[in-house]
Design a protein around this ligand. Structure first.
Ligand code: NAD
Ligand code: ZN
Ligand code: ZN
Length: 344
């Protein structure tokens, strides 16, 4: 079968032929219908040999959907032919965090060597993939896999980030989204769907700002030296209640800090290497800084229900599997509109 693999440190992803995998006891094989390309993949492929811990070769793709194709011994929770999406941040299923469905914060995943598909385990950018347990498969029903596969990360991660801030996002507040790419353009829609806040998006370039407005941002400004002033004008001088930073390099973190007010949430989702100091003399009073990772299984059900209700729609650019390297080039160059989806 064809698979998109990262094979050498510093290299580009390659389309290769590998064996079709067989499901072991308790495992499920999917015939992949769609896989999303995330900026985190670019981040991983940018790590040095000392920093890289994901194993080689690595079949990419931590956003995956497929049709159940073969069941390992003992699997009863899904049936052959089911259309499903894969919950990526898989845990042990038994610890305190997993008991709450928060497998993204499993206490034992590292110790047990459990890694998400595409980020350690073989991922979804292949014709077939193995999923560790039917617990990690959510029914898609009549949701189109190509249109919705990115909800497993580009939807789930901003949903979790925003949901934790909901008590603060009351009428009259403002939320700022920095980076209206794969995750950010969904974050804008989630904010509009589940909060009454004014949503201000920041990005580079008119096309990204136009997309931000199209998907619901009340305002979209260039992420430059004037951005803080533009935000203040738009809010009538009131401080921002929540900043969701999907870039998180030092300039965007500093910008967010400069507009966030007392009791604000500053949520760092991007893996840019910026840092945000917290202390009595440096941060707005009673402000909260969070760096969330992905989301829970229950939250992924909620995200799919938002999509079913028509409240969230991922903008996608679809690439056949042979063109996956080109999709990653476009992601790296920042020229994608929404999410790149690879179809085997
Ligand atoms: P993306 O490339 O699709 O989107 C990034 C967007 O940021 C682009 O639209 C780009 O134009 C914009 N941008 C770049 N520099 C900017 C700047 N200085 N100011 C404003 N906008 C700027 O990436 P993505 O797949 O949406 O991922 C976003 C980030 O989130 C990445 O760092 C990724 O690694 C990270 N991520 C984190 C988690 C998590 O669990 N915390 C999960 C998934 C992705
Ligand atoms: Zn991701
Ligand atoms: Zn666990």
């Amino acid at each position: 079968m064809k698979a998109v693999q990262y094979r050498t440190i510093g290299g580009s992803p390659e389309v290769v032929e590998i064996e079709v995998p067989e499901p072991g006891p308790g495992e499920v094989r999917l015939k992949v219908t769609a896989a999303g390309a995330c900026h985190s993949d670019s981040f991983v492929m940018g790590l040095t040999e000392e920093q890289y811990t994901y194993g080689l070769p690595l079949t990419l793709g931590h956003e995956g959907a497929g049709i159940v194709d073969k069941l390992g011994d003992g699997v009863t929770g899904v049936a052959i032919g089911d259309s499903v999406a894969v919950y990526g941040p898989q845990g042990c299923g038994r610890c305190y965090q997993c008991a709450q469905g928060k497998e993204n914060y499993c206490e034992r995943a590292v110790e047990l060597g459990i890694a998400p598909p595409g980020l350690g385990a073989p991922g979804a950018m292949a014709e077939y993939m193995i999923v560790r347990s039917d617990r990690h498969l959510l029914p898609l029903g009549d949701l189109d896999p190509v249109q919705n596969v990115a909800l497993t990360d580009a939807g789930l991660t901003p949903y979790h980030a925003i949901k934790m801030s909901l008590p603060k996002l009351v009428p009259g507040t403002t939320a700022v989204v920095i980076g209206a790419g794969g995750l950010g353009h969904v974050a804008i829609q989630i904010l509009r769907a589940i909060t009454p806040s004014t949503v201000i998006a920041l990005d580079l370039g008119e096309e990204k700002l136009a997309l931000a407005r199209e998907v619901g941002a009340h305002h979209a400004f260039a992420s430059d030296a004037d951005a803080a002033e533009r935000i203040r004008e738009a809010t009538g001088g009131r401080p921002v209640t929540a900043v969701f930073d999907f870039v998180a390099i030092q300039p965007t973190i500093d910008l967010g800090r400069s507009v966030a007010g007392v009791e604000s949430d500053h949520v760092i989702v991007g893996v840019g290497a910026g840092m945000l100091p917290v202390g009595m003399l440096g941060a707005p009073y009673d402000s909260t800084v969070r760096a969330p990772y992905w989301g829970s299984r229950a939250e992924l059900f909620e995200v799919f229900d938002l999509a079913r209700a028509g409240l969230v729609k991922v903008e996608t650019e679809v690439f056949p599997i042979d063109e996956a390297p080109e999709a990653y080039r476009r992601l790296h160059d920042g020229t994608l509109r929404g999410r790149a989806i690879i179809v085997p």
